[in-house]
Design a protein around this ligand. Structure first.
Ligand SMILES: Cc1cc2nc3c(=O)[nH]c(=O)nc-3n(C[C@H](O)[C@H](O)[C@H](O)COP(=O)(O)O)c2cc1C
Length: 185
């Protein structure tokens, strides 16, 4: 027997354990906006891609449409307060970087900056967009993945002992548990 669960009015309980990230975009006025996003997934293939679902009414969506690029900055469990603030305030009338005490550093390929407090930053340029009801699915090329020095393993990869993303599942937040397998799954 199985039961169909309630996914919430806006599908808020659809997320089954995805990393929470801040999407950073440079605005035309030179201000950087950040917003919390749980609807981001990398896409496999010979070209590295990433898809991000952004609600059309959000300022972030307007900025991505203008700029054609953004940066995905992974959050960590100690950044839950930042996730809450950047996921409820609008960048139209709030400088969320100032409110949250976040700082930026330049990206390599895009004008939108990396958020320094986030240990992983992914530079994305928009390839195409799919309009779906009240959401835009931005499909991008990944131009670079930056990892903070203490999260790297010295061999061009991530130090998995340090890897602690903030996960979002069924409306709640979690830490990643222990590794249970290696490359052979
Ligand atoms: C846990 C969490 C997950 C969220 N996930 C998304 C998401 O996947 N896509 C989205 O567009 N907004 C998402 N939001 C909502 C935006 O972060 C929120 O509407 C924000 O205020 C938008 O800011 P902006 O208007 O400056 O872009 C999420 C918020 C929270 C708290």
């Amino acid at each position: 027997m199985r039961t169909v669960i309630d996914t919430g009015t806006y599908g808020e309980y659809l997320h089954y354990g995805l990393p929470l990230a801040l999407v950073s975009v440079l605005g035309p006025d030179g201000r950087v906006n950040v917003s919390t996003n749980a609807s981001i997934t990398p896409l496999p293939g010979s070209l590295s891609r990433l898809a991000a679902g952004v609600l059309i009414d959000n300022y972030t969506n307007e900025l991505i449409a203008k700029r054609g690029e953004f940066v995905v900055n992974l959050l960590t469990p100690d950044m839950r307060g930042i996730a809450r603030q950047c996921g409820s305030l609008s960048g139209v009338d709030t400088d969320k970087l100032a409110v949250c005490g976040l700082t930026t550093t330049p990206a390599q390929h895009v004008a939108s900056p990396l958020i320094e407090q986030c240990p992983v930053n992914i530079e994305c340029r928009v390839d195409t967009v799919q309009h779906l009801d009240e959401l835009n699915l931005w499909i991008t090329r990944i131009l670079a993945v930056h990892v903070r020095k203490d999260w790297t393993n010295g061999r061009g990869g991530v130090n998995l002992a340090m890897y602690k993303p903030l996960l979002y599942a069924f409306g709640h937040t979690f830490e990643l548990g222990p590794m249970v397998g290696h490359s052979g799954i």
